[in-house]
Design a protein. Structure first.
Length: 446
């Protein structure tokens, strides 16, 4: 299906320019804060709905934010629709397609942006001189930008709320047992491999209760753990213009080969089969695991006093780069939202200082620079939490995850066969190039 936008008619362009100008003028007059009393109609109570996918703790946190917001804006009533990930995608997507649904939404997919389910926030940003995107980490502020062809540039469609960066979780108790020094900043993939060899001890029949494996990595149909490895080896998934896949490059192939060797040649990394048969970081049989900060609160509860653990930075590869991914949850305004100004006020409050500081207490990494600094100082450990915060200064958006018009599914499907050792590296890369580039050509690239 060709997702490239059709050329609009001159009449449509004129109407669009007029509508945008009207919206900007309306917003500007609203944010100007005129001294004369507002008309009675504008002071009438406005009801808006906020939809997000949240767990119980997150729901309580956002409800608290809503209560604080309503005290500041007594003319606005907010209803929170908190759903599971699956229910959210099904229900809210269906409503947005039909032109109904909530006013303010958490954005789960890039398709919501290029399909026009959410408004461009550029007119709001131009009108609201009190809100500054420069207060957020650039990688987070640019996460939901889109220029009609690629993400990371162009108009803003979602404001950054919370972030997830990658690091290495390591079992300090296991390191101590085998007399292996803890990872230090600046360590390399060679050092990590040497450590993994010392920490891998397989018992009879590879019994997970009597074995330890040095490494575990995010490798599956829905995960892109290969991204930071490719970057660290100096490779790229796409050409500079992002019009073709280039995973057949020597550096990208070397990164993929390193992962395969770690699993099947050196046997120091859990294979997908092993990972599904009882080998897990929280089970105290994996020494090092590539993870992101969303796992810290639950792991803290599961591990308890079973063993000591810490957070280490991603290692540097042959290119001298310590590649790290970032995922950002952004919030936007639905295309057909009523009360757009009230929706904007709620949106900016949700990503404002008070709400972002509350994220730290909930265990999340905020996108706001000042609030993210508090994340590194939170109590409860484990040691090394500041690494996630520091990563926001240089981490990259995943080349695949939620940003490349279906190519992610093609790449991950082929690589999942490779991770299971069912195809060779040249076969997997060839299929990725053929199928991925054909898909990109059919959809006019990015």
């Amino acid at each position: 299906m060709n997702r490239s936008p059709q050329r609009p008619s001159r009449r449509w362009v004129s109407l669009t320019i007029l509508s945008a100008a009207t919206l900007s003028l309306s917003l500007a007059s609203g944010f100007a804060g005129a001294s004369r009393p507002a008309p009675v109609a504008s002071r009438a109570k406005k009801s808006i709905t906020l939809a997000m996918w949240l767990g119980p703790q997150g729901t309580m946190m956002v409800q608290h934010d809503i209560q604080a917001f309503e005290k500041l804006h007594p003319n606005i009533r907010v209803t929170l629709e908190s759903l599971s990930w699956q229910a959210y995608n099904t229900k809210i997507t269906t409503e947005l397609i039909s032109g109904s649904g909530p006013n303010v939404v958490e954005i789960p997919y890039e398709s919501w942006i290029y399909s026009g389910y959410v408004k461009s926030l550029t007119p709001f940003l131009r009108a609201d001189h009190a809100f500054h995107l420069s207060s957020y980490f650039p990688v987070a502020a640019n996460y939901s930008r889109y220029n009609g062809r690629r993400f990371g540039v162009g108009n803003e469609y979602g404001l950054p709320w919370r972030c997830f960066t990658t690091a290495i979780f390591y079992n300090q108790t296991m390191f101590n047992k085998y007399h292996v020094p803890y990872p230090k900043p600046g360590w390399t993939y060679n050092t990590m491999l040497a450590d993994a060899r010392k920490l891998t001890h397989m018992g009879p029949q590879n019994n997970p209760n009597k074995s330890t494996i040095g490494l575990w990595w995010f490798l599956s149909k829905s995960q892109t753990g290969y991204d930071p490895v490719i970057w660290s080896f100096g490779g790229h998934e796409f050409n500079p213009r992002r019009t073709a896949l280039t995973m057949n490059g020597p550096r990208s192939e070397a990164a993929i080969r390193w992962l395969m060797n770690a699993m099947y040649k050196w046997k120091v990394m859990a294979t997908p089969i092993e990972a599904g048969s009882g080998f897990n970081f929280t089970a105290n049989n994996i020494a090092m695991a590539e993870m992101h900060n969303a796992y810290v609160p639950s792991y803290r509860a599961i591990i308890g006093n079973t063993f000591k653990w810490g957070i280490a930075p991603m290692p540097k590869g042959p290119a001298g780069i310590a590649g790290s991914r970032v995922f950002v949850h952004t919030i936007g305004i639905a295309r057909n939202a009523q009360h757009p100004r009230a929706s904007w006020q709620l949106l900016t409050y949700l990503v404002g200082k008070a709400s972002e500081n509350a994220l730290v207490k909930e265990g999340s990494l905020p996108a706001l620079k000042s609030a993210a600094a508090l994340y590194a100082k939170q109590k409860g450990g484990p040691p090394g939490m500041a690494i996630f915060y520091k990563d926001l200064a240089h981490a990259r958006m995943s080349a695949m995850f939620n940003h490349d018009h279906g190519v992610e599914g093609i790449v991950n499907a082929e690589l999942s066969l490779l991770w299971l050792n069912k195809v060779s590296i040249p076969q997997a890369i060839h299929q990725i190039e053929v199928q991925g580039n054909a898909h990109m050509k059919a959809t006019s690239g990015f």
